[in-house]
Design a binder for this molecule. Structure first.
Ligand SMILES: O=C(O)[C@H](O)CO
Length: 394
């Protein structure tokens, strides 16, 4: 019915998406220490004034004094090798504002460096900040997360040290919405299976014994209409999709009208009506295993579940069961738990599943924009200015 071996998938998905498991290699926290002087962020001013205006915020003055080369505050990068030059670009960007140091250098010279460090730049969502690290940095002011999801950071613990946390909601919205659409289309049209057939040396002529389904005019249910969900809705509109959405806390009437989306006060209604259900929520205690056996049971047997948020939003065991028993048609996941899944995980052997290696923001443009947004956040925090994107513990 769907396609065959997971091992072949790992070859095809990188080919389809034009990159290797780039996101999995982004374990590169950057630690920045800050000198006494301020540095005006030109990039910030150019790119984020727009965001601020649209968010109705006032422009942030990140300081007026331009630093001389030697005065730049220090930044630590863990590993910039092996990622097709992307991180070298990122390092070049950071170097305009900070002096870069590797984590190895920091660990090798902790006593000298620990007092200088006033900010930590967390690249992608994997590295965690533990109590021991925070205790070793008495002057730390801000942890700038590159990415929107901060579920890997213990916000309450960090805040107890008087340290602020920031994220990059603007940079991630378009590329993550694109991955949502890519997964929806790939699953609907069984692109991976088709690709395997086209690539197989055994293929003598093109003939498939299966059919896909169409996205055009189908019903899309978006769970979590934040900035990424909204971008998904904008794209879905171009496919003439009927768009439903559910938010637990906030109905977004203006956005609804702009994209022609219908609000479902009850998530159950959305699940029952949708051909494609896309998960775009943050991972919080409230959304942990939001989609379990009961919710999957409410979906149509012809429906597809797409997850671009965090793996733990789905009860994975329940999903395996639902896919094995054809309770739903298929799943397309950019996120799982853990990442990557162990090689013997049943999800990797199901023919109606597509999995990509958390590549929602793995684009040259997104990495750059996230760095710019994080730099603006760090500079604002270090200069005691209002921070463009601060995340508060709940
Ligand atoms: O949280 C995010 O922005 C993405 O998942 C990148 O990690």
């Amino acid at each position: 019915m769907f396609r065959s071996k997971a091992s072949s998938l790992s070859t095809v998905i990188p080919l389809m998406f034009g990159q290797s498991n780039l996101a999995c290699k982004f374990f590169h926290p950057v630690i920045a220490s800050h000198g006494l002087c301020c540095h005006r962020s030109v990039i910030y001013k150019q790119r984020y004034r727009m965001h601020q205006l649209s968010a109705g915020r006032r422009t942030i003055n990140t300081g007026t004094k331009v630093m001389a080369e030697g005065e730049l505050p220090s930044v630590l990068i863990l590993d910039i090798g092996g990622t097709h030059g992307v991180l070298e670009d990122l390092a070049a960007l950071l170097k305009k504002h900070f002096h870069l140091i590797t984590m190895k250098e920091f660990l090798g010279n902790k006593e000298e460096m620990r007092k200088k460090i006033q900010s930590i730049f967390v690249f992608e969502c994997r590295p965690t900040i533990d109590r021991e690290l925070l205790e070793s940095l008495p002057n730390l002011k801000v942890i700038a997360n590159s990415g929107v999801g901060v579920d890997h950071l213990d916000l309450k613990m960090i805040s107890s040290f008087g340290v602020k946390v920031t994220n990059t909601p603007h940079a991630v919205a378009d590329p993550t919405a694109d991955i949502g659409m890519a997964l929806m289309l790939a699953s609907a049209r069984r692109l991976v299976e088709g690709c395997l057939i086209a690539l197989s040396p055994d293929t003598k002529y093109f003939a498939v014994d299966w059919l896909g389904v169409e996205v055009t005019r189908a019903t899309l249910g978006i769970i979590g209409m934040g900035s990424i969900g909204y971008k998904v809705a904008q794209r879905a509109r171009a496919f003439n999709m009927r768009i439903l959405y559910h938010n637990r806390n906030q109905r977004r009437k203006e956005d609804e009208e702009a994209v022609g989306a219908h609000y479902c006060a009850k998530m159950e209604d959305l699940l029952q009506q949708s051909d494609f259900v896309m998960l775009v929520v943050n991972l919080t205690p409230e959304t942990h295993k939001l989609i379990g056996k009961k919710e999957l049971g409410l979906m149509k047997p012809t429906a597809t579940l797409i997850n671009i948020s965090r793996g733990a939003v789905i009860d994975q065991d329940a999903l395996v069961e639902a896919l094995q028993n054809k309770v739903i048609r298929a799943a397309a996941l950019d996120v799982t738990y853990p990442e990557p899944l162990p090689r013997d995980h049943p999800l990797l052997n199901l023919s109606n599943v597509i999995i990509t290696p958390h590549i929602g923001t793995a684009t040259v443009q997104a990495i750059r924009m996230m760095a710019e947004e994080a730099i603006a956040n760090m500079l604002a925090a270090l200069n005691d200015q209002p921070i463009p994107s601060e995340v508060f513990p709940k």
